[in-house]
Design a protein. Structure first.
Lengths: 257, 257, 257
């Protein structure tokens, strides 16, 4: 199932995507998922996760504005997803900034996410290597994180997506790269977090490696379109959301190598 | 007091609207209320609700990203509003997705909201009928929810507003419909939640049935204007906020039947 | 170090700014800081603050959607910042609406913020004077708050910035005014909160009085640019973010008196 077929399926099926994400990302991530063609659901109460996660097509977990109560919800949801064979995506935002967050990322990793998405610094640190990340921003090149991504993919049986100017995705065997987008994209907050949410929507509609690839390609295609008309980060975000909706399945292949 | 007179009063009085809403909606709901001409206040600490709710013109309660601590705040605020004869609007977002959320919606309903606003699936489920809702999205037509809306209005002495391509509003005796807007509107997250917040602003400025009708009409008029110039959900949201501000009171009647 | 030199330094150094702010402001405040050229980090877990705050260039604390857990995080972070000589900015949003919030603002004030930023009503109330504020909106003129600002600056050894149509800033000795912007700015939610976050970025890059002045001027310059092309609050916000990025250091002086 090629990425473009997954996008077609996503728009036909409009899958429900359970997103446990950070406060900064909630609105833009939901708008990204909606614009692409799926249905986001932000739910975090422990009382309803065991009932809700199983009816979703995928789960995404993002530790951006972490706290102990939210971590408990993430752990519960990831466990429920695992038990029901629901694909789930882990976004270990800036997990290297504190021992607390590092431990949280490793605990979630042990629950065996279907896909791990991070910037280069996050992926390097997740594999136990030193990086130059600063807060939510990467300080390392995607190339420098390729071997860490391969190691994580093999160790955990996961698809690993490293995002940056040229994205890299691997399942430990296959690899692919996705290029395009705009230098403005890291200047819009939570766009990476929104990429994670979209990856959930793709995972609900097709197999993990191709799904991750499709979500990455969808972002690059929409980013290319927005870059042509944007005058800065404000107008870029607006055009980007418009372009996520107007992106055609057949456009995805052009940015994948 | 016709809807258009309520909009004029709203802009003259700039009422303070206490909104307890979900994390996804907070920013856009506040922007919607501000653009329309009122003053939103997002406050949820139990320590200050008994002091704060009574100085507001209206309260709105939305259970989108529910948790036990927030539910306690909602219950307190609704009780305080009732005791002070302050109108309040209940938005039972996706309450059918879990037993926990169903119980929360029924508990809040028992505190007798002035207005209940939901999509067709939410209103059907609130009246105890089966629906086809999926997460925050409706799977039912507004027409299919009319009798459920009438029953709820009569049972609880509330105005009930069912939103969709053609909105339906009833107080159990009077009914009205509001048409217009754009198919892009459900593709922008939390626009329904923002409609609830705006309904609070209208309720602070006039009687409940006409207030609900006015808030629905304001959305449809602004939606019509945005639909003419939008290229997708990103630009729609921007033009919609601009249009909420430029909508004139006399424009409201044109979308009401 | 003039405001324009601080902006140049900010863009060169891309400082990490620890923001503990309200749910309404999180996304737009992060976008404002990114657009200006710094790196925002929204972190509130007590488990990681002692490790994280010291690696940041500045801290900003905003009590908009206050609760007891968040107040504890704010207090911890402000204490850590003080112990590490990291500049921090206090935004006492609508602190006059309840005894709870008043006490929180005074407790934070006692931790000696480097800069205090508020609207006229907030600054008047912080100095113990009566005002006409309503929720997050000011009901008083900036002129009426000048003596309160001077008194606070002297009492606490802080820079005090009062924002409004013409901003006023003082450290108890020096004073300056900044003019420009647009009447649409108070119609966009959390723009004042975002100003606080940006002030943190400036404080990370230069001395407090000139930093506060620079952040105020940056907003006015970008507001002037956005006002020329905006059709309402939606398009204003978009153009404003674009303009924050395109503002040149040498533009700042033109709005400072």
């Amino acid at each position: 199932m090629a990425p473009q077929d997954i996008l077609t399926a996503l728009r036909d099926q409009n899958p429900l995507v359970h997103c446990i994400t950070n406060y900064v990302a909630m609105n833009i991530a939901a708008n990204v998922v909606l614009a692409a063609g799926a249905s986001p659901a932000m739910v975090h109460a422990p009382e309803e996760i065991p009932e809700f996660t199983p009816i979703c097509g995928a789960l995404t977990v993002n530790i951006g504005t972490l706290s102990s109560a939210w971590l408990a919800s993430m752990t519960t949801a990831a466990t429920v997803a695992g038990a029901h064979n629901i694909p789930w995506v882990l976004d270990p935002v800036a997990h290297f900034i504190s021992d607390y967050r590092k431990a949280a990322a490793q605990d979630l990793l042990a629950l065996r996410p279907t896909v791990i998405r991070g910037n280069a610094s996050e992926i390097l640190a997740l594999a136990g290597e030193a990086g130059a990340g600063k807060g939510a921003d990467s300080g390392d090149s995607v190339d420098a994180a390729q071997s860490a991504a391969n190691a994580l993919a093999t160790q955990w049986g996961a698809v690993v997506a490293v995002t940056g100017p040229v994205d890299y995705v691997t399942d430990g065997t296959q690899t692919a790269q996705v290029s395009g987008g705009s230098p403005l994209m890291p200047k819009i907050t939570a766009l990476g977090c929104s990429q994670t949410a979209l990856m959930g929507a793709y995972c609900a509609s097709g197999p993990a490696f191709q799904a991750a690839l499709g979500a990455l390609a969808h972002f690059k295609v929409a980013g290319n379109a927005a870059a042509k008309v944007a005058n800065g980060p404000g107008s870029f975000q607006m055009h980007f959301l418009d372009a996520l909706r107007s992106t055609r399945p057949q456009d995805l292949a052009q940015v994948i190598a």
